[in-house]
Design a protein around this ligand. Structure first.
Ligand code: FAD
Length: 427
């Protein structure tokens, strides 16, 4: 049996672990904090705009397990908010234990509070990763899904410094790039409009009418008095799909179990002067009145199999795989990376998703953009901005589930991620 080690337990790492296990490998998942899901612990929005088409492609390709768990905690479906249609909102307070239990039942060994800090090399291959507790994890192939958030040094490049976000670097230690440790030269020269674009308010700190309307409709827009509106904030956002005027002139609130405020931060004194928010308190980040987590500080060179260039047995996924934003994006790229890690371990040809699928086109398009030497690079998501526009132009965006299933069937890849590779090889 091949052995795969996945480093980083956000949505991308969890998806990689599931895919590698479904392909038949023994899988160890290393996560530096005491919970899985990384930034997914404070996310919640799924299925908005092109993410719906991509997630249904994922299901048809055999990567439906995590989407099904998400569906089980969904609080609201078909939510509309500025620039975004048919969103689902999962419960950020319920999802993590469900995912952890599912992964364990699948036979994945989850090692929490295990921060990978170094590698042992054998030529162009990683032989093992070493954790800060000096534990050594050997494998045939590795997936790196360590994200791009932090460490605190990056956050200090903004005025607010560490804002005490869900990643809790001061407690669990900073993110470490495995690719860099293995000698890969990453582009770390820029922060690509890096401030995370939403924060969470504590429900109990808001007026009853705010909570009631939010729980009834899933979404609530509260106009911000003109003198307070700050359009400059929009420009700093990591999530360009929310870079719309409505987000500067309204408090856009979503019910994800917590109250998701679609602004990178909002000065607490100003917030408390708005009716209904007199006692408002931030839940994530704790210093949401001053700033937010900082992401997208690096680009790792990779191909369209999600293999890291320059190494023989390292794959990458999620934010680590390019300037890609979102849970759906992390689950799709994580699935491909985990699946291909097993193919690599078994000496099989790697799988590329075709450009006739939104998922395949997305992975290839992002790589083309990142290697194009453009001065201005954006960020990429099925939910908006450049890539959603492209999806529409190419006819890849659709809410017709039958059409999505047909195009996956036509690609010959229906259910590919759900089938074991090891038995297929020996049969
Ligand atoms: C505040 C906020 C709100 C968001 N809201 C949404 C939303 O509503 N919908 C949406 O689709 N997207 C949302 N996003 C974006 C989305 O969460 C991310 O783009 C996506 O989930 C990234 O997943 P990932 O696995 O690549 O990285 P991460 O979520 O960053 O996970 C990386 C994991 O790796 C771990 N790690 C790092 N280094 C090491 C190491 N050396 N050893 C072991 N473990 C390590 C980290 O602790 C972390 O758990 C949001 C992001 C933020 C910050």
């Amino acid at each position: 049996m091949s052995r795969i080690v996945v480093v980083g337990g956000g949505w991308a790492g969890c998806a990689a672990a599931v895919a590698a296990r479904q392909a038949g490998a023994e899988v160890v998942l290393l996560e530096r904090t005491d919970m899985l899901l990384g930034t997914g612990l404070v996310g919640g929005i799924m299925d908005n705009n092109g993410r719906l088409s991509a997630a249904w492609e994922g299901r048809a390709l055999g990567a439906g397990a995590l989407f099904a768990l998400i569906d089980a905690t969904v609080r609201h479906k078909l939510v509309e908010f500025p620039g975004h249609r048919h969103a689902s909102l999962y419960d950020v307070n319920k999802i993590e234990p469900l995912v952890a239990t599912y992964l364990k039942e699948l036979g994945i060994q989850i090692r929490l509070t295990s921060r990978a800090v170094d590698v042992e090399m054998s030529g162009r291959r990683i032989a093992a990763v070493i954790t800060s507790q000096k534990e050594k994890f050997e494998a045939d192939a590795f997936v790196e899904a360590t994200g791009t958030a932090g460490p605190a040094g990056n956050c200090h490049r903004f005025d607010s410094g560490c804002v005490m976000c869900i990643l809790r670097c001061p407690t669990f230690g900073p993110r470490v790039s495995i690719a860099a440790k293995a000698g890969v030269v990453e582009d770390t020269g820029h922060l690509y409009d890096a401030l995370s674009g939403s924060c969470k308010l504590r429900k109990a700190s808001l007026a009853t009418w705010v909570v009631e309307r939010l729980e009834r409709d899933g979404v609530l827009l509260v106009p911000i008095p003109k003198f307070m509106a700050d359009e400059d904030l929009l420009r700093k956002k990591a999530c360009q799909q929310y870079n719309l005027r409505e987000f500067a002139s309204n408090l856009v609130l979503l019910d994800t179990g917590s109250v998701k405020l679609m602004a990178p931060f909002f000065p607490l004194e100003k917030l408390r002067s708005i009716r209904g928010f007199e006692n408002a308190k931030f839940e994530d980040p704790y210093s949401g009145g001053r700033g937010n987590s900082v992401r997208y500080s690096l680009i790792t060179p990779r191909d369209n199999y999600m293999q890291v260039e320059g190494l023989d047995n390292l794959f990458c996924a999620g934010e680590k795989g390019g300037l890609m934003v979102g849970h759906t994006e992390a689950i799709i790229t994580g699935t491909l990376a985990g699946h291909n890690a097993v193919r690599k371990a078994l000496g099989m040809p790697l799988l590329k998703l075709p450009r006739s699928l939104a998922c395949g086109d997305f992975i290839a398009f992002v790589r083309d953009e990142l290697t194009s030497c453009k001065e201005q690079i954006g960020k990429y998501t099925f939910a908006g901005s450049i890539y959603f526009q492209r999806m529409r132009e190419l006819g890849l965006y659709t809410t017709d589930l039958g059409r999505i299933e047909r195009r996956v069937r036509k690609s010959g890849l229906e259910g590919v991620f759900a089938r074991p590779l090891e038995s297929r090889k020996t049969s």
